[in-house]
Design a protein around this ligand. Structure first.
Ligand SMILES: NC(=O)c1ccc[n+]([C@@H]2O[C@H](COP(=O)([O-])OP(=O)(O)OC[C@H]3O[C@@H](n4cnc5c(N)ncnc54)[C@H](OP(=O)(O)O)[C@@H]3O)[C@@H](O)[C@H]2O)c1
Length: 274
């Protein structure tokens, strides 16, 4: 097996929402594999230190403003990326937002914020960038999903709807654009600690409860996504499209674990270790 399978030299990647968190880690992994980068944020000044870091790796990088809730902003970013690099090979639809609330408390505005950012935004950025990919008969689109793409979680109604939608969108676009050499896959992280959810991880009791339900017994470290994002961006995944790759320590195998002893005739809890 040759390293060319994972080599992204001369490839250009857009990573939306690369001002912090998982987007920044995935952008770094793509750059280390050889890609030049288009970094985006609603405020490009937030990107400048990271742009310097990417350039220090010997890659080209440009920081562009993008608000995925604004159609004009999407078109402007896409045109600017193509003007700087001439083409775009890889798109990572990472920009996202979340509102954690019991379903009865979710407002109209909460719903719109989450769905507009995560689902509508990913679709219209894909559409804008895919025009150039289709013309060149090559592209790799990676939509960021979540473990909520495949499982339901209380307090995450709007978020789960957006991530379930991302999984379906991935399959539809894969079917639409496969004929033009564009693959579309969904990379679905499990529970990772970032800016978006740091308050959750201050609750040690909850973290312990969560880790007990993860087969690999820990939450995700952002670097756990490196291999998957490079695989989906590179030649290595050339015959993979429409798929959802969960990088979740296995939690999607059974988010709600049966109690020990459940299902026994006596119904009494078991003293056996889990
Ligand atoms: N952390 C996890 O455990 C986890 C698990 C599964 C999936 N995810 C998803 O993975 C992605 C990254 O997560 P994260 O934890 O790194 O989140 P984060 O720290 O909150 O970062 C979110 C990124 O999205 C950008 N963004 C937000 N709204 C935007 C908008 N309207 N237009 C353009 N960019 C926007 C932000 O950029 P600016 O604010 O600079 O514009 C920021 O760079 C998100 O889509 C998240 O839902 C996260």
């Amino acid at each position: 097996m040759s390293n060319a399978l994972f080599d992204l030299s001369s490839r250009v990647a857009i990573v939306t929402g690369s001002s912090r968190g998982l987007g920044q880690y995935m952008a770094r992994a793509l750059a280390i594999a050889g890609a030049d980068l288009v970094l985006t944020s609603r405020d490009r000044t937030r990107l400048l230190p990271f742009e310097t870091e990417i350039k220090a790796l010997g890659r080209r990088a440009v920081s562009l403003e993008l608000d995925v809730r604004q159609r004009e902003s999407i078109d402007k970013m896409t045109a600017a990326a193509e003007a700087v690099f001439g083409h775009v090979d890889i798109l990572v639809n990472n920009a996202g937002s979340n509102v954690r609330k019991p379903a009865l408390e979710v407002t109209w505005e909460d719903w719109n914020l989450v769905l507009d950012t995560n689902l509508r935004g990913s679709f219209f950025v894909s559409q804008a960038v895919a025009r150039g990919m289709i013309a060149r008969r090559y592209g790799r689109i990676i939509n960021i999903g979540s473990v909520t793409s495949v499982a339901g979680y209380a307090g995450l109604a709007a978020y789960g709807a957006s991530r379930g939608g991302i999984r379906q969108l991935t399959m539809s676009l894969a079917d639409d654009w496969g004929q033009y050499g564009v693959t579309v896959n969904c990379l679905a992280p499990g529970w990772f600690q970032t800016e978006q959810n740091k308050v959750l991880y201050e609750n040690t009791e909850w973290v312990e409860y969560l880790c007990d339900r993860i087969p690999l017994k820990r939450t995700g470290q952002p670097r756990d996504l490196d291999g998957a994002v490079v695989f989906l961006a590179a030649e290595s995944s050339r015959y993979v499209t429409g798929q959802t790759l969960l990088v979740d320590g296995g939690i999607s195998t059974g988010a709600t674990r049966a109690l020990p002893g459940a299902g026994r005739a006596s119904g009494k809890p078991s003293a056996e270790p889990r």
